[in-house]
Design a protein around this ligand. Sequence first.
Ligand code: HEC
Length: 124
Amino acid sequence: MPLLIVGILLLAACDNNPPSSIAYDELPADGDASRGEMLFNQTASPPCMACHQENATASPALAGFGAVAETRVDGQSAREYAFYSIVEPARHIVEGYGNAMPATYDDMLSPQDIADLIAYVLSL
Ligand code: HEC
């Protein structure tokens, strides 16, 4: 395949998965799970809860997420995987689901918000 076409295909693929504007190193070391729960249920826009409900079929239920997170991507810790799931959701698509999660949370939320959300989802 000519290089130009390869380049165009790569660019198109990147558009669906813009790199996060928040880097993993920028995350505060501590997250507050109860504040994360509030973001999850109400304050994040759109609220995570709109999709991640217990009986939803189009989005994975997050019960037990704390245990599976570190098994999802080789070489990624649970916290790192949770981080990318939130700020760059298309980076790893959970088997059986589509690329339907908004890729805008890195712009809408602060690094502290993300750390709080991670603490919450890993407690599930
Ligand atoms: C519009 C629906 C929608 C919204 C809103 C949404 N998600 Fe998701 N989420 C999904 C879908 C669909 C997947 C599975 C596809 C994928 O991996 O991106 C997913 C995957 C995930 C995963 C990975 C789960 C696993 O088992 O590996 C996490 C963690 C997650 N979302 C957290 C969040 C958080 C936190 C928020 C709010 C800040 C949020 N999601 C908002 C639809 C949504």
